[in-house]
Design a protein around this ligand. Structure first.
Ligand SMILES: C[S@@+](CC[C@H](N)C(=O)[O-])C[C@H]1O[C@@H](n2cnc3c(N)ncnc32)[C@H](O)[C@@H]1O
Length: 197
């Protein structure tokens, strides 16, 4: 898996572009200031976006190649970013310490996703917010991005259960047009969540 992502990110250009994810850009005005942790953040476009708006940002990912490009993008934009290579199977998210946590297209096997979601709830400070967008199982009929594996595609119902202690402020399954770099293009079935602890 790590080799797969290192190879993707070793190609020229940014796999998902340099602009932030649409949903993150839509909700950024609602997020509390402070420290933000980005999970599975790849080449860093979303992390750099928040860093440029005053958050103290850490981006983690499996791929050191991706994180190298995240640091390059941050430098080009004149922002600061901490990066940490790690696997969410073992990565320490901490306890009540993040004001914002973000997971954009962080598709994990469902057993690991349930475990990581439990740890996200722990790791947010009271009042902290979680932002996520993921493809749903319906995306398998669109094939415009995301893993071709239903087990890695969450429904909103599953997320409501897994993240239950959080209060959902915005939560929606929808079909929307996506254009992000060379890997996400076209009509897509997604779930978006903005939740607070
Ligand atoms: C679709 S990309 C999304 C990248 C970034 N969030 C974005 O929106 O541009 C998925 C990312 O998940 C990372 N990833 C997959 N499994 C992971 C794991 N177990 N731990 C940490 N990162 C993982 C990959 O390295 C890859 O960068």
């Amino acid at each position: 898996m790590k080799e797969h992502w290192d190879l993707q990110y070793a190609q020229d250009g940014f796999a998902y572009g340099e602009a932030p994810n649409d949903f993150l850009a839509e909700v950024v005005g609602q997020l509390p200031p402070g420290r933000a942790l980005f999970l599975a953040e790849g080449e860093g476009r979303n992390a750099v976006f928040l860093a440029g708006r005053g958050w103290e940002v850490t981006a983690m990912d499996l791929s050191e190649v991706g994180l190298g490009k995240a640091r390059e993008l941050a430098a080009r934009r004149g922002t600061r970013l901490s990066t940490v290579q790690g696997d969410l199977a073992t990565f320490e998210l901490g306890n009540a310490q993040w004001d914002v946590m973000v997971a954009i297209w962080c598709h994990l096997p469902s057993a690991l996703r349930r475990e990581v979601n439990r740890r996200i709830v722990e790791a947010l400070r009271p009042g902290g917010m979680f932002v996520m967008e993921a493809y749903t199982p319906e995306q398998l009929t669109y094939r415009t991005g995301g893993p071709p594996n239903a087990d890695m595609l969450p429904t909103l119902a599953a997320l409501r259960t897994e993240l239950a202690p959080l209060r959902f402020l915005q939560a929606e399954e929808k079909v929307r047009e996506i254009h992000e770099g060379r890997l996400h293009n076209g009509m897509s079935a997604v779930v978006q969540v903005l939740a607070v602890k």
